[in-house]
Design a protein. Structure first.
Length: 356
């Protein structure tokens, strides 16, 4: 007579009683967030769309591009604005000289051109790292700013060296109003966020994180370190190039090479540090801080009759002090940035601590 098994496997729960899987829950959350963001033009004025929401979304996208490189691959770049300028000037010339190309194709091609430049200036990462790599990436910042300033072909021989947004349209629909430009920026950013998640969950993303933790050990277990580093620079520059095109045409309307100077590169770096390294949504928190801080300081100066802050030079210095103080605080108290602070604060809420 055969012995009974020591343990009988439990019957699976009915499908309706099983908790939703993580990807399904993520899709639901993303759908709810997308619907809420798409309804924003119905609730806010053109001022909010033009001056606050559009720059927050674009800067958050640029922060994602740099965070893929720094937070997930462990590499350094101090010339992010240079690749934004490549995307802006490339998309301008593509729309100007190849008017039959549809707008989405132009954005993708501009991102690919920026990615090629990112691979070129990422070659030093194969030999050096840390501070020296950061210093070498400054070469891209100065080189492209000089290139677009001295070679007038890129600005269509404009005497002012500026590029103006051409007529933006898709399938015969003109994208001109603030709501239209906001929705365009939102759709492009949502697609690139999906691409970022797909890359991070793939083998490439896992190997980036292994290289970030210890590149020597990653090479020992068979990871092609040099190839993955160049891929990280390419993907990061691709995101930054598209963000630069959106910044020039969907936000500024008119731009030149000085709109993507070294201050813009440090601004994107601040977004990553403030929002949190190795995160996607934290970049939008950092971008919101970057956009709202000057406005709040200006309002405080007007409300408190603080004449020394009302001066634009003094106001800029106060902003730098606030940025520096917050970065120092986060590096000491919470290296993972505002996203980690919000996550921990949300976990301490009474209804989150209650045991079912």
């Amino acid at each position: 007579m055969s012995a009974l098994p020591s343990s009988i496997p439990a019957a699976p729960l009915p499908t309706l009683l099983q908790p939703p899987s993580a990807p399904a829950q993520s899709l639901v959350n993303a759908g709810v967030a997308a619907a809420a963001l798409a309804a924003i033009p119905l609730l806010f004025s053109d001022y909010w769309l033009n001056s606050i929401l559009i720059p927050i979304v674009i800067l958050g996208l640029a922060g994602i591009g740099l965070n893929l490189l720094m937070g997930f691959a462990g590499l350094v770049s101090l010339g992010s604005a240079a690749f934004m300028s490549i995307g802006a000037f490339a998309s301008y010339n593509l729309l100007l000289r190849l008017p039959l190309l549809p707008l989405p194709v132009v954005l993708v091609l501009a991102g690919l051109i920026a990615a090629a430049a990112g691979v070129l200036f990422g070659l030093p990462a194969l030999r050096i790292k840390g501070f020296y790599l950061g210093a070498s990436t400054l070469g891209a910042q100065f080189f492209f700013e000089w290139l677009f300033t001295n070679f007038h072909w890129f600005s269509n021989d404009s005497q002012s060296l500026t590029i103006s947004a051409p007529r933006l349209e898709w399938l015969g629909y003109a994208i001109q109003s603030a709501a239209d430009r906001y929705l365009m920026v939102l759709v492009v950013t949502a697609l690139l966020i999906g691409l970022a998640y797909a890359v991070l969950r793939s083998r490439v993303g896992r190997e980036w994180m292994a290289i970030r933790d210890m590149d020597t050990a990653a090479g020992v277990i068979g990871i092609q370190v040099a190839r993955r580093k160049l891929q990280a620079y390419a993907v990061s520059s691709f995101f930054l190039g598209i963000a630069g095109a959106l910044w020039a045409f969907a936000y500024l309307g008119t731009a030149d090479s000085h709109a993507f100077n070294l201050d813009k590169s440090f601004q994107i770096l601040f977004i990553v540090l403030i929002g949190g390294s190795a995160t996607i949504w934290g970049n939008f928190l950092g971008a919101a801080f970057i956009v709202f801080t000057p406005i709040l300081l200006n309002r405080l100066a007007e409300a408190g009759s603080l004449s020394f802050i009302a001066d634009q030079g003094a106001l800029a210095n106060v902003q730098h002090l606030v940025f520096g103080a917050l970065i120092i605080f986060l590096l000491i108290k919470e290296p993972d940035g505002l996203s980690s602070l919000l996550r921990k604060g949300f976990a301490r809420l009474p209804w989150r601590r209650a045991t079912p």
